[in-house]
Design a protein around this ligand. Structure first.
Ligand SMILES: C[S@@+](CC[C@H](N)C(=O)[O-])C[C@H]1O[C@@H](n2cnc3c(N)ncnc32)[C@H](O)[C@@H]1O
Length: 290
């Protein structure tokens, strides 16, 4: 995918319901009580895994200048650890990153060709972006991260991956549906690769690992089952139909939804320890530039 084609794709995607959700970014709740409750939920639930990871990596280091790649509507959490500059192909969400998430600056550019000097940033982060970068551009992206990061700087990413878990393999049995539901409707996952391949890329670029965690395997937050399977997949299997029906019922009430996601977090913890790395569907990675 050329950057022009990618731009067209995201421009259209941001007009869909799911795209509009990203455009809002991760701002947290305006109500302090709700904010506090969601922080507690994130401490222990499966949906909070990503937040916990970024907090662990960023709080262990001094504050600094942060570059958020493919920032969409922004991630308020990052601003606790320094001034944040966001980069994205799309302008509409960038406006939110500045207005609602308090990013210092928003830059409309392609992250495989960053308009910054070398050694500019203390941190380079991304959330749900690397899976969107086509395979032939990934090394370019890692070279750019290496170039703009200061020596000793850290880079942390939530990376969507391909997987060998049974749900992912089931989904791949229907290539057209897979393309629609796992690649395009989920926002252009044009560069999914297996977890080990992602780790190898970082190692080959010369990054030193700080921490590597798995996101989740076949236990997902309930809304993920709906994003991916509440469509023609339901006609393919009784199990999927049941999964979607149960997820819908559990998502109706905000308290039940939170409790279920805490329970799923615990189940996922055990499943993770029993399954190989290839069964994870997403990685949380932090590396340092020597
Ligand atoms: C799934 S969204 C994630 C947004 C945000 N990081 C978040 O966690 O909500 C992926 C974002 O990556 C952006 N993106 C994809 N390819 C890009 C590229 N080559 N350069 C800049 N941004 C890109 C898209 O426009 C989109 O905003």
């Amino acid at each position: 995918m050329t950057s022009g084609a990618a731009k067209d794709f995201y421009h259209k995607y941001y007009r869909t319901e799911k795209g509009a959700m990203w455009a809002k970014g991760h701002m947290g709740f305006a109500n302090p009580l709700l904010n506090c409750l969601s922080e507690i939920r994130d401490l222990i639930s499966i949906v909070g895994k990503r937040q916990r990871f970024f907090k662990k990596v960023l709080k262990n280091n001094k504050k600094g200048l942060i570059l958020d790649l493919g920032c969409g509507g922004g991630y308020k959490l990052f601003t606790r650890y320094g001034a944040v500059i966001g980069v994205d192909l799309e302008i509409a969400p960038l406006k939110n990153a500045c207005a609602a998430c308090a990013y210092k600056m928003a830059v409309n550019a392609d992250i495989t060709s960053l308009p910054f000097e070398k050694d500019s940033f203390d941190y380079v982060v991304s959330s749900d972006v690397m899976g969107h970068i086509p395979l032939d551009k990934k090394n370019l992206l890692l070279s750019e991260i290496f170039r703009v990061l200061k020596p000793g700087g850290a880079t942390a990413h939530a990376v969507e991956t391909a997987s060998a878990n049974f749900l992912y393999r089931f989904a791949q049995e229907y290539p057209q549906l897979f393309q629609k539901s796992f690649v395009e409707e989920i926002g252009g996952h044009f560069g999914l690769e297996m977890p080990q391949a992602v780790l190898d890329r970082f190692a080959k670029k010369g990054f030193r690992p700080i921490r590597v965690e798995r996101l989740w395997g076949f236990i997902w937050p309930t809304e993920e089952y709906l994003y991916r399977f509440d469509n023609e997949y339901k006609d393919k299997s009784f199990l999927i139909r049941a999964l979607v029906a149960v997820s819908k019922a559990l998502n109706k009430n905000i308290v039940i939804h939170a409790l279920v996601n805490v329970f799923l977090g615990a189940v996922n913890y055990f499943v993770e320890s029993l399954t190989p790395l290839s069964h994870t569907q997403g990685l949380l990675l932090a590396y340092r530039k020597p």
